[in-house]
Design a binder for this molecule. Structure first.
Ligand code: GLN
Length: 302
């Protein structure tokens, strides 16, 4: 896409497009390629290419693009047409109240996952300042750990991931948010190498059925790491593995929060029940899907 002249070749006599003209052109280009939120994405890419805040764009929508801004925007638009998510193109994503770095080696944090943070807050409202110990299994970008540490200022977290890239991304986001002194990052397979007990154990493990991966949106299929998606034949392999270690890791009265696939809440609740957990709540996301399963160990003797 040539921003100065649409689909034809560039000529030097053509005036540079204004910011709103560029947005409209990019939006058309994205829409034609099947991108869902073409207008919104075009704005975000323009703002990043020109280094503008929302306010700066609103105040000067008719300013012309410099050549370099136009080149950068063309490059971003081409990547978006290849269905790379905006967060990956820009290397940043808003999650909860935080701005996090997103790298190619981690799952792009989703708004759905904020349901898990909300659920933690709702259960632990009275313990906001308590010295909670939190364990995040499969931390990825570190989004959940960072959001929880931001809401529980007295808490400490251990973030575990099997992928070295994810461990680096988690550590970078913890540092970016100023939480490095309250967190440690451990590379390992789930809780394998861990000891001790935690008040809150959270996980958004890979839960997509292996056979479903090919049918996912290209943004997910082509750009999220397979390791962060593939939950095995029935999507539940990681839950089984994690739940096995959970009783020895959970503090007395500790809480477990799992993010689950839209149709997996009952299956995950059943797996938890078989290991002696009682289900406290199933929370829905903004799309009304059952997204988070909350459980505690049933009191012994019950
Ligand atoms: N929410 C992601 C998706 O289905 C999957 C994330 C995961 O497996 N934990 O697009």
């Amino acid at each position: 896409m040539k921003l100065s002249v649409g689909k034809k070749a560039a000529t030097s006599s053509e005036p540079p497009p204004t910011r709103i003209e560029a947005i409209a052109k990019v939006a058309d280009y994205l829409e034609a390629a099947g991108v869902a939120d073409a207008q919104e994405d075009a704005r975000a890419l323009l703002r990043a290419a020109a280094g503008l805040t929302r306010l700066e764009l609103a105040l000067a929508p008719r300013a012309p693009l410099s050549d370099e801004e136009a080149r950068t925007l063309s490059d971003y638009a081409a990547r978006r047409v290849a269905r790379e998510p905006v967060s990956r193109i820009l290397g940043e994503r808003g999650f909860w109240t935080l701005d996090l770095a997103v790298t190619p080696g981690v799952l792009d944090p989703r708004a759905d996952t904020e349901t898990l943070v909300e659920t933690a807050l709702s259960f632990l409202a009275k313990k906001r300042d308590a010295p909670l110990s939190i364990l995040d299994l499969g931390a990825g970008s570190g989004a959940i750990a960072c959001a929880l540490l931001s809401e529980f200022p007295g808490a400490r977290a251990v973030a575990v991931d099997l992928s070295a890239e994810a461990c680096a991304a988690t550590a970078a986001n913890l540092a970016r948010c100023g939480f490095s002194n309250r967190a440690s990052v451990v590379r390992g397979r789930w809780a394998e190498a861990l000891q001790g007990r935690f008040d809150l154990i959270v996980s958004n493990p890979p839960y997509v059925r292996t056979d479903d991966i090919a049918g996912l949106e290209p943004e997910v299929r082509l750009h999220d790491p397979a390791l962060a998606l593939d939950g095995g034949a029935d999507g539940l392999d990681c839950y089984r593995e994690i739940i096995r270690d959970m009783p020895r890791l959970l503090a007395e009265d500790g809480l477990v929060l799992f993010e689950v696939g839209f149709d997996q809440a009952v299956s995950v609740a059943t797996l938890l029940g078989a290991k002696g957990f009682q289900i406290e709540r199933v929370a829905r996301d903004a799309g009304r899907h059952e997204r988070v399963v909350a459980a505690r160990l049933a009191a012994s003797g019950k």
